[in-house]
Design a protein around this ligand. Sequence first.
Ligand code: GDP
Ligand code: MG
Length: 301
Amino acid sequence: MASHFGFVAIIGRPNVGKSTLMNHLIGQKISITSRKPQTTRNRILGVETEGEYQAAYVDTPGLHRKEEKAINHLMNRAAQSALSDVDVVLFVVDPFMWNDDDEMAFARVRQAAASGVPAVLIINKLDQLADKDKLLPLMEKLSSRLEFKAVIPVSALKAVNLKEVRKVIFENLPEGEHMYSDDSVTDRSERFLASEIIREKLMRQMGDELPYAATVEIEEFRREEKLLRIAAKILVEKQGQKKMVIGAGGQRIRKIGTEARLDMEKLFESKVFLQLFVKVKAGWSDDERALKSLGYDDFEL
Ligand code: GDP
Ligand code: MG
């Protein structure tokens, strides 16, 4: 049998569950998730191989309309570039809300579909919907505006109906050599994954006082005989934020460190020794150049 390979873009408004969907499709948590809308900042590739089929999922930062700050602008460019040259588009929505950001994401999906890319509609968070009849109007409304290859209600979180999603994707992958080794789950380095795990814990631990104001740099990443030694710097914008990240008596930073270490030990299958530092670096989220040097990229596939 011929081998199949393709890129699958996951598109949708922030917070609909794109990263959760990708993680559960590939069976590893490589893309961080949280209740905060702009959790995913970078394009992340997740690879799934099943026999002759290999799908490379592209998890995108959610598109959003406000571009006031440099970081928003870069994130939108990252989300858009993911749509050029993909083989399948997954359009993710939830049944609870439809707003301008959904509309904007849908416009991009329609654009891709118009140039021949098969589009699949995924209605996520099924587990939160008591009355499943409520799905029908949404399905009809969207299907009347675009002919989808399939419409699949799922729960990404509880892994409900993901088999169906996989099936449609595999059916639509073109013939071609696998681009990644059959045991790889991402194109990202372990260093990058480590920094993302810390950023996730930071976002989950902090309230709204930390929207974009923090980033993480890995200073050391070293495999030793019995453990993986990781040192990371958390960069914040203001002295006050540094205090908040550290918390009273260092309580918060310890919690962030412990949770990050546990996730890392699972992902890297190794004992981890993790050190965290917090540093103030003023004004970086408004400076595109500084952002690029910190790795907020917008490269093409
Ligand atoms: P993204 O911004 O589209 O990547 O969304 P995330 O994957 O980060 O998910 C946003 C939030 O929705 C997180 O708190 C997830 O745990 C939650 N979520 C994602 N999928 C589901 C689902 O199927 N059911 C429920 N109940 N929550 C979900
Ligand atoms: Mg995400």
